[in-house]
Ligand binder design. Structure first.
Ligand SMILES: Cc1cc2nc3c(=O)[nH]c(=O)nc-3n(C[C@H](O)[C@H](O)[C@H](O)COP(=O)(O)O)c2cc1C
Length: 219
C-alpha cells in the first residue's frame, strides 16, 4: 500500500500545511503504509495549453516539464494526500496547474479505486471551500474523498490529533476499500456524463475512447 503526499506550500518542510500533513503521514506509516512526499515547489509545472493531446493520446503532453512524473506517481499509488495553503479561498496556483494538467484523469476516471485526503492551512481558518474543492477534484477523477483536516496557521498544534486521525482514516479506507455511497453516486453521474462526451468526440479523442472500451464502459 502506498500513499503519495503532494504538498504545494512554497515553504515546503517549514510550512504550516506540511506540519499537519506530516501528522497524516505519521498515522499512515504507523499503519504500515509506504509514503512518498512531493513538494510542488521543487518541480516545474507549466499551464495547460488546451491542445487536447492528452485526450488523443493517453498521458501524452507536448509540454516538457515535471507533470508527467507526478501524474505517473498519482496513478501508481493507492491514496493521495493533497496538502495546500489556502491562497485566495482556493488551492495554490501550483496545485491548480497540476489539476488542470490532469484533465484526462477526469475524462477517464483514472483515479477510480483510490482515496484522497485533503490538508489545508490558512490565515483565517476558513478553509471549508478549499477542502470541498479538493473533494470535488477527487470525485471528478473517480476517487473517493476520505476526509480532510484544516487549521488556521496560528493553531496548527491544536489540530495535530485531527490530522493524525485523518491519516488513520485514509489507511483504513484503503485497507477496507470503504464505499462512501453518496460519493459513489456522484462519481457514477460524472461517468455517465463523460461517457456521452467521449463517445461524441471519439474521432478526436481516440485513445480515451479506446480506454473506455478497454474498461468495458463503452461497448
Ligand atoms: C498569496 C496568498 C494568498 C492567501 N490567501 C488567503 C486566503 O484567502 N484566506 C486565508 O485565510 N489565508 C490566506 N493566505 C494565508 C495562508 O493561507 C496561510 O499563511 C497559510 O497557513 C500558509 O501555509 P504554509 O505555511 O503551509 O505555506 C494567503 C497567503 C498567500 C501568500
Amino acid at each position: 500500500m502506498k500513499v503519495l503526499l503532494i504538498s504545494s506550500s512554497p515553504h515546503k518542510e517549514k510550512s504550516k500545511t506540511f506540519f499537519l500533513a506530516k501528522e497524516v503521514l505519521r498515522a499512515l506509516e504507523q499503519e504500515g503504509v509506504d509514503t512518498e512526499v512531493i513538494h510542488l515547489d521543487d518541480h516545474r509545472i507549466f499551464f495547460c495549453k488546451h491542445c487536447e493531446e492528452c485526450h488523443k493520446k493517453i498521458l501524452h503532453c507536448r509540454i516538457t516539464d515535471d507533470v508527467h512524473i507526478i501524474l505517473k506517481k498519482m496513478l501508481e499509488c493507492d491514496g493521495i494526500i493533497l496538502a495546500t495553503p489556502n491562497y485566495i479561498y482556493q488551492v495554490t496556483a501550483s496545485m491548480k496547474a497540476l489539476f488542470e494538467r490532469s484533465a484526462s484523469f477526469i475524462h477517464c476516471k483514472r483515479l477510480m479505486g483510490k482515496y484522497i485526503a485533503g490538508v489545508v492551512s490558512s490565515g483565517s481558518g476558513q478553509d471549508q471551500d478549499v477542502l470541498d474543492y479538493i473533494k470535488l477534484y477527487a470525485n471528478a477523477c473517480g476517487a473517493q474523498y476520505s476526509g480532510g483536516v484544516s487549521s488556521a496557521a496560528y493553531s496548527v498544534e491544536q489540530k495535530k490529533d485531527q490530522a493524525f486521525e485523518s491519516g488513520r482514516q485514509l489507511a483504513l479506507d484503503i485497507k477496507e476499500k470503504k464505499a462512501y455511497p453518496q460519493q459513489l453516486e456522484l462519481i457514477e453521474k460524472g461517468k455517465q456524463h463523460f461517457r456521452k462526451i467521449v463517445e461524441l468526440r471519439k474521432k478526436d479523442w481516440e485513445e480515451e475512447y479506446q480506454y473506455w472500451q478497454k474498461m468495458g464502459w463503452i461497448v
